[in-house]
Write a protein that binds this ligand. Structure first.
Ligand SMILES: CC(C)(COP(=O)(O)OP(=O)(O)OC[C@H]1O[C@@H](n2cnc3c(N)ncnc32)[C@H](O)[C@@H]1OP(=O)(O)O)[C@@H](O)C(=O)NCCC(=O)NCCS
Length: 202
């Protein structure tokens, strides 16, 4: 594991990290505590989603996905959290850049979630600004897509705040919370566009 790349980003109030297996307990706690809050907007979850075994495997896999340039899945903590031991940290949210496609599109999809107790403080917007800078500057992505259900007003407001443009409306787009749901499609392009090229070393 130690030879796999790591990512750590800091903002005034948040700290974002690509977690290792040793964060499995902290991530599991976040999902358990926010089960109802997050499942409303979630695809079907595996049967063992709320187990430590699942999160150990999933976090190990996430490190590999990043090393293979397929996805970047970060956890978000409040700024004082790095002082704590791994596993004892309190995770307040997640953000993920997935389905990374290179070639002429250099695009990916963005997903995110924040603990219910931490909504309404601008923390996700702040964390995502840093994560998007990293996606554009370091990962050299050109376009980040984010899609939300029309009833998810908080998610829509967040994307508008970050400058995402609405690019379409997709009927029955994703299977979320037990049914196929319409989604509003949005995207943000790199403010400093550059041609596709060799990736910087990680
Ligand atoms: C979507 C989600 C991340 C939005 O969280 P959020 O806290 O509303 O997002 P922001 O970080 O943009 O915060 C904006 C809020 O903080 C307030 N705020 C307070 N201090 C602020 C500051 N310093 N800067 C900016 N906003 C601040 C804003 O007024 C706004 O509150 P309001 O909506 O009550 O007006 C969250 O609701 C969530 O995780 N929902 C469940 C999962 C989910 O929907 N995921 C996305 C599926 S598409």
């Amino acid at each position: 594991m130690s030879d796999l790349p790591s990512v750590e980003l800091c903002t005034a109030r948040t700290w974002l990290v690509l977690p290792g297996e040793d964060e499995a307990g902290a991530v599991l706690r976040y999902y358990q505590e926010n089960r109802e809050h997050l499942e409303r907007w979630s695809p079907p979850l595996p049967d063992d989603f709320y187990t430590l075994r699942y999160w150990r495997k999933r976090l190990d896999h996430a490190r590999r996905e990043y090393a293979e340039d397929r996805a970047l899945r970060l956890i978000i903590c409040e700024r004082d959290e790095p002082e704590r031991e791994p596993g004892a940290r309190r995770v307040i949210g997640t953000c993920s850049f997935t389905d990374i496609v290179r070639g002429p599109s250099q695009a990916c999809k963005l997903g995110y979630g924040l603990a219910r107790t931490h909504e309404g403080r601008g923390l996700m917007a702040e964390a995502l600004r840093a994560a998007l800078d990293f996606a554009f500057e370091t990962l050299a992505l050109h376009r980040v897509e984010a899609n939300y259900m029309p009833s998810n007003e908080r998610s829509g407001a967040l994307l508008r705040r970050l400058g995402f443009d609405v690019v379409g409306y997709a009927r029955d787009y994703l299977f979320i919370s037990g049914a196929w749901r319409d989604h509003i499609l949005t995207a943000l392009t790199n403010p400093k566009p550059r041609p596709p090229g060799a990736l910087p070393p990680r």
